[in-house]
Write a protein that binds this ligand. Structure first.
Ligand code: PLP
Length: 426
């Protein structure tokens, strides 16, 4: 395909007229589709329905310590759930505390506690003049909303194919004591699907922060969310690396079964050093008498262990893979060589990240909405909702049916072409 920029004004105008006709035709199909979030489809949710059949009789409600899961107790979670989530995120059960139904909730609480009570006895962040967080971009909008909510200044750090720009991270973390944290999605990142390289993980573990209360917020949301059997990314385990580097308290790992079982009704956990977990426990023991152990038990019984969980994830992959392929094949066929956008084909996770020509993302998202496709707001993948280049768009292929997705991708591609032509002609 000839790059659009090399086409004459007349050629572009003729193309535009034809594309507009096609756009009106697809618009007339009256699609009304919300693709703004990375939600599992109904078909995926069906996969875990048998979980609701577990625990039907009273004798099944005891965990392995003999405690009745219907009652209070075991603030850290039942041992078998700590083991399961430990295996999921590759740490030993002693380094795991099970929380409630959402890891994002735990991340919010962790920032909130640091603001009001400090980190392991240090000055509460709310008493400091300035608190800053590093935000690898593009990144997860809900991370950025947490730090924005607490008035924490966010600093963009560009993502590279091996993870965040580590020269910049090392420089900022080691020289500025106001930098207290960094948001990371280290495996199949949201939205690019990038997995941090071994070198990146090692550099994280060896950071020498200027602030003693600096922590890495390592959101391992997509740790077992592969799309392929034969093409998988591997992530070096960071807690172990931190320990080896003499920095055992540097990282909090967050994990949940939201996109393994049921989003909003899964189980979440934190993996961290003993010192950090004791800090969490101090707060948690005031906040709650215990989390939902019935749900923990249900998950353990349903998956039976990490092997069962991996098998279950393969069923998710079989549903998700064709959807990713629809988007990737359409982008390749329609846009390859046109030089009006770039994208990544991830090996796991929930998203495809698309970078349009500068200054086009907002207009593309608005154009797709005109034909009934609601995408994640342009800018959402950046702190404060501001993408300096107005270029990044997050595509979430999981929720629509295959037929809906085909049409939605067609609409997206037409929107990209039309907006890009306008941009070139302007
Ligand atoms: N972290 C990342 C990177 C996500 O993409 C999501 C959901 O999309 C979450 C966390 C939410 O996790 P939870 O449902 O455990 O709160």
């Amino acid at each position: 395909m000839t790059p659009y920029k090399e086409l004459s004004k007349e050629q572009l105008q003729a193309m535009k007229a034809d594309l507009e006709k096609q756009f009106e035709e697809v618009k007339a199909k009256g699609l009304n589709l919300d693709m703004s979030r990375g939600k599992p489809s109904k078909q995926q949710l069906e996969l875990a329905m048998d979980m609701l059949e577990e625990l039907k009789s009273t004798d099944k409600l005891k965990c392995e310590t003999g405690i009745d899961c219907r009652n209070y107790g075991l603030l850290d979670g039942i041992p078998e759930a700590r083991r399961l989530l430990g295996e999921m995120t590759e740490v030993s059960p002693e380094n795991i505390v099970i929380f409630g139904n959402s890891s994002l909730n735990v991340m919010f609480d962790t920032v909130s506690r640091s603001m009001t009570h400090g980190v392991c006895g240090s000055t509460p962040w709310c008493k400091l003049d300035k608190v800053k967080f590093l935000c690898p971009v593009p990144g997860y909008d809900r991370h950025f909303r947490i730090t924005e909510y607490f008035g924490i200044e966010m600093i963009n750090v560009p993502m590279t194919p091996t993870g965040p720009d580590m020269d910049m991270v090392e420089e900022l973390v080691s020289t500025d004591p106001a930098v207290k944290g960094i948001w990371c999605v280290p495996k199949y990142s949201n939205p690019q699907g990038i997995t941090y390289s071994p070198e990146t993980v090692k550099r994280f573990a060896n950071l020498k922060p200027a602030a003693e209360d600096f922590r890495i917020f390592w959101d391992n949301a997509y740790c077992i969310h592969h799309l392929y059997d034969d093409k998988q990314d591997f992530l070096v385990e960071i807690l172990d690396q931190c320990e080896k580097a003499g920095n055992p308290d540097l990282v909090y790992k967050f994990v949940s079964t939201s996109k393994v079982s049921f989003p909003g009704s899964g189980i979440a956990a934190v993996a961290a050093s003993e010192r950090n977990l004791n800090d969490f426990r101090k707060h948690m023991s005031v906040q709650t008498i215990g989390h939902d152990k019935i749900n923990q038990l249900r998950h353990v019984r349903f998956f039976g262990g990490i092997v069962g969980m991996h098998k279950h994830m393969k069923k998710h992959a079989e549903i998700l893979r064709p959807k990713f392929e629809i988007v990737e094949d359409t982008l390749e066929k329609e846009l390859s060589g046109a030089e009006i956008g770039t994208w990544q084909n991830p090996r796991g996770g929930y998203f495809i990240s698309f970078d349009a020509m500068e200054g086009c993302a907002k207009a593309i998202v608005a154009k797709a909405a005109e034909a009934g496709v609601k995408m994640t707001d342009a800018g959402a993948t950046y702190p404060y909702g501001i993408d300096p280049k107005d270029s990044n768009i997050r595509i979430a292929p999981s929720f629509p049916t295959v037929d809906e997705l085909k049409l939605a991708t067609e609409i997206f591609v037409l929107s990209v072409k039309l907006v890009s032509i306008d941009k070139i002609l302007s």
